[in-house]
Design a protein. Sequence first.
Length: 377
Amino acid sequence: MEKIQFSAPCLFGIEGICADELKRMEIENVRAENGKVLFEGDFTTLARVNLCSRYAERVQILLARFKVYSFEDLFQGVKAIPWEEWLTADEAFPVKGHSVNSRLASVPDCQKIIKKAVVNRLSAKYGKSWFDETGSRHQIQFLIMKDEVSIMLDTSGEGLHKRGYRRDATEAPIKETLAAAMADLSHVRPFSTVIDPFCGSGTILIESAMKAMNIAPGIKRGFAAEKWSCIPQQVWQQERGRCLDLINRDVPFEAYGFDIDRSALELTMANAAKAEVSRRIHVECRPIADFEAGFDRAAIVTNPPYGERLLDIEQARALYRTMGKRFEQRQGYSYTIISPDDNFERNFGRPADKRRKLYNGMIRCQVYMYFRNPSAR
């Protein structure tokens, strides 16, 4: 089989982080675009990225890209794709997608045309006019952007942010992929000490621990493409075995979570147990006003409550002022804080050493990073 073209959608703002991660996996022809990373490879690549990517939202096979100005263009372009290489006569192929700033604006009509084109192609190949679609699910996805359509097959099923350890969560939890990106921006390493003074259900702590111990984020879940007949099961077995071999549990990493909600702390430890990192995580009921950290070095990584999530704006800003007082400038300490408030630095009391625009769901945020020594200012 020729090289497979892939697309990995990701949160806006972390395309570069995701691309660098794939390059470290020795994946070929990695290119970052807005909201996604493109790359190429084979079935092993497909399995590896699903299992190992901390930042991708899903892995899609990019089957075709072409211009469409009419429904006939769409029909003929989809029909030309060799669907028989991916689908047997009994496998399911539902269609969903989006259209943005394009002449073909009706998503339902596009769905019908794409479905009709696939059926037409498979009918000619399998000699059938009707498909029961009782087999494994091959979700067809399309995106029409400015009259260019991308036709894809989703290989992940549930989004890759669903690692399998967080069945329950506190109100307004941070997405796992975003928490992992914050750990990356904080330079979390196997020897790091990470502290989250607003730990909630523990996502930042758990993602940091998994990164430090090199635990593949997808190791405890399944993927849609595992059931596809066109992919040998041996591929998945080998890649899962590789992930297990790469885990390093003999690291000095430790994480500490504080919160004023005792039930949140219990949830943190329950989720950490599911992720098999509970021995590395320690929790305590403590308000931010009493924050202190007695370590030589530490990375404070946190997603504090803010107006659009849990507190009104004035409460959130009062919280930021308290954080600014408690988060001392100290040798060996760094602070990575996400907030949607453009006035965060003013309330915190000092400008960030570095900022990065990210999205927490649909909320535009900034990650404020403080890492310079007091003498360097």
